[in-house]
Design a protein around this ligand. Structure first.
Ligand code: NAP
Ligand code: HSE
Length: 434
């Protein structure tokens, strides 16, 4: 990369996101040069399989299967990692940063597990490490937390940050689609991770929550510190009952702060139908933040897919390139080394919805009510549904008043042990906030 000449970009990955990023760099090269004040040139692209069919706009001569041809090319000043997965992406990012190259990544797994190490490496080397696309696809949430909201004490963050699951839940709620059919559609549209279990089991959202919470609360949160449950156990009946009770079901990622501790969780949640987040449908994501100065602020946009994600990755490349062109040093990350205690989820207090299949005979409700009462769990409402004379079972739906998670889990264990309880089908937390 010459001092006044072109800024060279090396791309690691040419899949859903990488292909669109390459397209932006090639198609918008003149506009980018005007914005940056220097040419930004795509120099080399790492792929796994050179023989695969690719976007014809991307010259095949740029493709390589050797990482060193990108990471050691003297013309490459900015390495853009859009491969995904922990390894070898992590090693490549380490190599890029420690050789004095700037890095851009869309990789939430790497940032959620190794963000602090990579940020320290970048600061030591005096280079940029940006990761806007790692959370919220095209939504500029990382930049907002790193810059615009920096003066705030954040008290809570409620987010829908997995497009695949939000797409699936929306299809199940609105069209009554089966889980597998909706998942297949999300995969075909390029929203899902290479292993869709990461989406469905809440791991992708947990990684993203760790990244957001680290920035919002100026602490170091790792992905494994986030409590998580996936969406696979939800049924069409849960959506139907939720609606009757005035709620919809979303996979929420929630971070809330007490004086010295953080509660971090990703799980299906009942959200009141009137709430803004209840109206976030399909692949759209939304992040709602409460700050002491800004009050409530909501970011909404497409959380996955080639075009929106390329907006975030290309935005990062331009930010880095502009900074190189003007000789600016990177600013500090905004993550401090202070550690807030992570609260065990058992200490959480919220309302709960439970769906149980029980024997349809006198005294059953009284037994269940006694189990809950003994654990100090107060019932807000009980509805009996779907009595089935052939199996002599009925479905009951219970809403509790706010109760402690540990007591509710104990109640579920005790209810399962009762003769009259055939199944505890679902236990969903009910969230009420501003
Ligand atoms: P993808 O379609 O699976 O593409 C991955 C690319 O990386 C492919 O070109 C693949 O090469 C290459 N690759 C993977 N492992 C490699 C290896 N070991 N050596 C060389 N090349 C390798 O993935 P994607 O959907 O574009 O996602 C990329 C990143 O963006 C991930 O971190 C993902 O979490 C993140 N992201 C994705 C979205 C989205 O909507 N898809 C949104 C936000 C963030 P081949 O083409 O030869 O197979
Ligand atoms: N699989 C992810 C999602 C892609 O569905 O949100 C964006 O990170």
């Amino acid at each position: 990369m010459s001092r006044n000449g072109s800024i060279g970009v090396g791309l690691l990955g040419l899949g859903v996101v990488g292909s669109q990023v390459a397209r932006v760099l090639l198609e918008k090269s003149e506009r980018i040069a005007q914005q940056v004040g220097r040419q930004v040139t795509l120099r080399r692209i790492l792929v796994r399989d050179r023989s695969k069919a690719r976007d014809p706009l991307v010259p095949r001569s740029l493709l390589t299967v050797k990482a060193s041809e990108v990471l050691e090319d003297p013309a490459v000043g900015v390495v853009v990692e859009v491969m995904g997965g922990e390894q070898p992406a992590l090693d490549y990012l380490r190599r890029a940063l420690s050789s004095g190259r700037h890095a851009v990544t869309a990789n939430k797994e790497v940032m959620a597990k190794h963000g602090p190490e990579l940020i320290a490496l970048a600061e030591e080397a005096g280079v940029h490490l940006t990761y806007e696309a790692s959370v919220g696809g095209g939504i500029p949430i990382i930049g907002a937390l790193r810059n615009d909201l920096l003066a705030n004490e954040v008290t809570s963050l409620h987010a829908i940050i997995n497009g695949t699951t939000n797409y699936i839940l929306t299809k199940m709620a609105q069209e009554g689609l089966a889980f597998e059919t909706a998942l297949g559609q999300a995969q075909a549209l390029g929203y899902a991770e290479a292993d869709p279990a990461n989406d469905v089991e809440g791991l992708d959202a947990a990684f993203k929550l760790a990244i957001l919470a680290s920035l919002a609360f100026h602490t170091q949160v790792r992905g494994h510190e986030v409590y998580r449950e996936g969406i696979a156990r939800l049924t069409a009946r849960d959506f139907q009952y939720a609606r009757e009770l005035g709620y919809t079901i979303k996979l929420l990622a929630i971070a809330s702060r007490t004086d010295d501790a953080l509660l971090l969780r990703v799980h299906p949640s009942m959200v009141p139908l009137g709430h803004l987040l209840a109206k976030v449908d399909g692949v759209f994501n939304a992040i709602e933040i409460q700050g002491d100065l800004v009050g409530q602020v909501v970011f909404h946009g497409q959380g996955a897919g080639a075009l929106p994600t390329s907006s975030a990755v290309a935005g990062d490349i331009l930010e880095v390139a502009r900074s190189i062109a003007s000789g600016r040093r990177p600013v500090r990350s905004g993550i401090l080394n202070s550690r807030l205690r992570i609260l065990p989820v058992e200490e959480m207090v919220t309302q709960y919805y439970a769906r149980l299949t029980v024997t349809d005979r006198a005294g059953v409700l009284a037994q269940i009510a006694r189990t809950l009462g003994d654990l100090n769990i107060s019932i807000a409402s009980v509805i009996q549904k779907n009595a089935d004379p052939t199996t002599q079972t009925a479905e009951i739906v219970i809403m509790t008043h706010p109760a402690q998670e540990a007591s509710v889990q104990q109640a579920v264990r005790q209810a399962r042990a009762l003769d009259v309880v055939r199944e505890v089908g679902s236990l969903i937390r009910v969230e009420h906030w501003s």
